[in-house]
Design a protein around this ligand. Structure first.
Ligand SMILES: Nc1ncnc2c1ncn2[C@@H]1O[C@H](COP(=O)(O)OP(=O)(O)O)[C@@H](O)[C@H]1O
Ligand SMILES: N[C@@H](CCC(=O)OP(=O)(O)O)C(=O)O
Length: 373
């Protein structure tokens, strides 16, 4: 019996692949986009927060430019993506507005998520949009990336977005019913895997490359994306985007497609990820109240609890939190630079704007970005 992971999840990332958003490569399949908008609206009504990662810019751009075959030159592909992204954003805005939902366009590169400052900015923007009830629609920023800084495929991008916002589930919709024991286009005896763990060594061998002209990564990139998503504790569901009401049925707990389970829950995985990735740049000494708030109450660190700032750090970098005896009690990603922190320390959050002229965040270190040692 497979687990109803989407039913239990509150925050999810849904990825729809090239093979689904385009009409056999001829522009966008507006009817399909409308179906996802309707389903996302319905699962939103069930209390879930949804971020959509959608491909389709190149296909729509080619249609708008009247190009019959995919160009080989990178600059032409980028030009097509730039033209097509307009249509993709427009099409989603129209489809979602039928349900009273607003959409926002977010274009990301790999660099944006490996740079701590931009990572925090991307995270804050997406979380702010979710709080406002807006559907963020994400694609790769094809204009500024090539070769080594490309995500390469949107499966990978969607997994990084799941890490970024601590989604509990990544849903990858594609043109197959899920992960099969081998590529079903090539082997008619292949059977569907209903559920396994991402750490199952057999799954990589089962997954092959893209089976169509339009898709790029194939099942291989979906399995890799599931492994990446699992690093922050997100489970992955791979299912057919063509199955009737697929998202709604998954959200009701129906077992459809393939479920690739992460080995640890979001909260634990996030802490491990943070502990692994933190290279400490400076430190803040906390007063007794802040030490208690972090250790005993699991709260975020507010500027008011900081007694002293040591060293130099920028927004998004890692700092040590010390108690008054100099013992390190926690580490986390800081929302303000050392210079800014010196100005706002010992002040209530209501004073941040008056002192700095802006508010990046009310917490100095949010508890989700903090590891207590
Ligand atoms: N083990 C497998 N199970 C299912 N599909 C597979 C497998 N191995 C390779 N594939 C191929 O992966 C394709 C889906 O990937 P892709 O074309 O990149 O889709 P998308 O555009 O949705 O990302 C399928 O059409 C299928 O031919
Ligand atoms: N960013 C590009 C392509 C991304 C892409 O093809 O990814 P995938 O859907 O994983 O095959 C686009 O919007 O056309």
């Amino acid at each position: 019996m497979t687990q109803p992971i989407l039913k239990q999840a509150r925050r999810i990332v849904v990825k729809v692949g090239s093979s689904l958003v385009t009409n056999q490569g001829n522009g966008l399949d507006h009817e399909a986009l409308g179906c996802w908008a309707e389903q996302i609206f319905r699962i939103g009504q069930m209390g879930k927060e949804i971020v959509l990662v959608s491909s389709g810019a190149v296909a729509e751009g080619m249609q708008r430019l009247g190009w019959k075959s995919r160009p080989a030159a990178l600059y032409e592909l980028q030009a097509a993506a730039a033209v097509g992204q307009m249509g993709l954003a427009q099409a989603y805005a129209t489809c979602f507005s039928a349900y009273g939902l607003q959409t926002a366009q977010i274009l990301l590169t790999h660099d944006d998520l490996s740079n701590r400052k931009r990572y925090l900015n991307a995270r804050s923007t997406i979380l702010a949009l979710l709080n406002l009830g807006i559907i963020p629609i994400i694609n790769e920023n094809d204009t500024v990336v090539f070769d080594e800084i490309r995500f390469g495929d949107n499966d990978n991008l969607a997994a990084l977005v799941a890490n970024l916002i601590e989604a509990e589930v990544l849903v990858i919709l594609t043109d197959q019913a899920g992960l099969y024991t081998s590529d079903p286009r090539k082997n008619s005896a292949a059977t569907l895997i209903p559920e396994t763990h991402v750490s199952d060594p057999a799954i990589e061998a089962m997954a092959g490359g893209a089976g169509s002209e339009i898709g790029r990564g194939g099942m291989q990139s979906k399995v890799m994306a599931a492994k990446r998503a699992a690093r922050s504790g997100a489970h992955t569901l791979i299912a057919s985007g063509k199955a009737q009401d697929v998202l709604v049925r998954l959200a009701r707990g129906e077992a459809i497609g393939t479920c690739l389970l992460a080995d640890m829950p979001v909260r634990v995985a996030r802490k491990l990820w943070l502990a692994d990735h933190l290279q400490v740049r400076g430190s803040v000494v906390l007063d007794a109240g802040a030490v208690r708030a972090l250790l005993a109450e699991g709260k975020s660190l507010l500027p008011i609890g900081v007694a002293e700032v040591r060293g130099h750090f920028e927004r998004g970098e890692a700092v040590s939190c010390l108690d008054t005896s100099g013992r390190e009690i926690a580490r986390g990603l800081v929302n303000y630079s050392a210079r800014e922190t010196r100005k706002i320390m010992q002040l209530p959050t209501s004073r941040i704007e008056t002192v700095l002229g802006y508010v990046d965040e009310y917490e100095l270190i949010h508890r989700n970005n903090l590891v207590v040692l």
